[in-house]
Design a protein around this ligand. Structure first.
Ligand SMILES: NC(=O)c1ccc[n+]([C@@H]2O[C@H](COP(=O)([O-])OP(=O)(O)OC[C@H]3O[C@@H](n4cnc5c(N)ncnc54)[C@H](OP(=O)(O)O)[C@@H]3O)[C@@H](O)[C@H]2O)c1
Length: 324
């Protein structure tokens, strides 16, 4: 079986391509060739790389035909962000592939009504990214159910792994929040710190793609949340992080308008995006239909990412040692 991964060298592709090779697939990874996977793996030697710029190819209406010309049985689309991109690809691949897997996002949901959020709940996305991803999901599921296009949509939470910065306990990407908690210094959180984030380890996202391939008949025409078993409150996340370093978190809680004045505009924007969504998603459907079994809790995934940041000097925790 030939699998084409569009965007195969990123957070998820780093784990997914080796899993596919090990499972016996012939793997073709499309990218612009600008970056390497986060982790080396011998399996990459068996991966065929195809250098293509999706944006440029789409502008020339040649992207879909070029993917089809690779003669894939399966296409995994990691980097589709606009409805017209999805449409272009589906039109080129209809009738030519056995399975099409799209990487979505839990941002297809807006604020939760019932928590944990299930896939069945009505979509109330906000922000261009979530709105586009929800439109892509609706289009692909319609194509699957009405026209027999073999699409599955997998919706990751905040993807975590060694090599990049995870969403921190203040809901943004400033690694110094981890350092301050590790050194026992005061950290301010917005509101009561009870808003939530929902991480997932990149290898668990890769696992979900493998499980969807293995459960073809129940995966097609469906979307699935791909997150850790449970979301974290910012407060609980901060307390757990401090505890890894033998500290008690010294937390202050500020109303949003006061809190945002304590951080950069970029940090405030990221935190707002996370707490306005406050994701808390159910994995019951993926467990039931795909036998998805995440290996990492949110804290275990972050712990691994943080250990990497410390080892590589991005986070300076002083003399405190990390302990699990
Ligand atoms: N990051 C998160 O926390 C998060 C959360 C939920 C959902 N998601 C979803 O995850 C997906 C992204 O997956 P990821 O995080 O594994 O990807 P990623 O780390 O952003 O990597 C992107 C991949 O696509 C390639 N690429 C980028 N632009 C390209 C272009 N114009 N043409 C061809 N290749 C291109 C990159 O390689 P080159 O740069 O070498 O081209 C790389 O292989 C998206 O659909 C996103 O919505 C992400």
């Amino acid at each position: 079986m030939r699998v084409v991964i569009i965007g195969g060298s990123g957070h998820v592709g780093t784990y997914l391509a080796p899993r596919l090779v090990e499972a016996g697939y012939e793997v073709i990874a499309i990218s612009r060739g600008q970056r390497e996977p986060y982790q080396p793996h011998a399996a990459w030697r068996a991966v065929q790389h195809v250098t293509l710029d999706r944006a440029a190819e789409e502008a020339a209406s040649s992207f879909g035909p070029r993917v089809r010309a690779l003669q894939p049985d399966v296409v995994i689309d990691m980097i589709c962000f606009r409805l017209e991109s999805a449409r272009h690809l589906v039109e080129a691949l209809h009738g030519h592939v056995q399975h099409f897997l799209h990487c979505g996002t839990i941002w297809v949901h807006g604020p939760s009504v019932v928590a944990p959020t299930t896939e069945e709940q009505p979509r109330r996305p906000f922000g261009d990214y979530g709105v586009q991803k929800a439109a892509i999901e609706a289009y692909l599921l319609d194509q699957a159910r009405r026209c027999g296009f073999p699409a599955t949509v997998l919706h990751p939470g905040h993807i975590v792994g060694p090599g990049w910065r995870p969403v921190n306990p203040a809901g943004n990407f400033n690694p110094q929040v981890f350092a301050r908690l590790a050194r026992g210094e005061a950290v301010a959180l917005p509101n009561l710190g009870m808003e939530t984030v929902h991480h997932v380890h990149a290898d668990d996202v890769a696992q979900s793609f493998m499980q969807a391939l293995a459960h073809w008949s129940t995966a097609i025409g469906q979307s699935f949340h791909v997150v850790s078993p449970a979301a974290l409150t910012l407060r609980g996340y901060a307390e757990a992080t401090a505890a890894w370093f033998g500290q008690t978190a010294e937390l202050r809680f500020l109303p949003w308008e006061d809190w945002r004045a304590t951080v950069s505009e970029e940090e405030a924007r990221a935190t707002w995006d996370h707490i306005a969504h406050s994701p808390n998603c159910s994995i019951a459907k993926a467990e039931r239909l795909l036998d998805y079994r995440p290996r990492y809790s949110s804290l275990q995934a972050v712990y691994e990412a943080l250990a990497w940041l410390i080892e590589h000097g991005v986070v300076d925790v002083g003399s405190t040692a990390v302990s699990s």
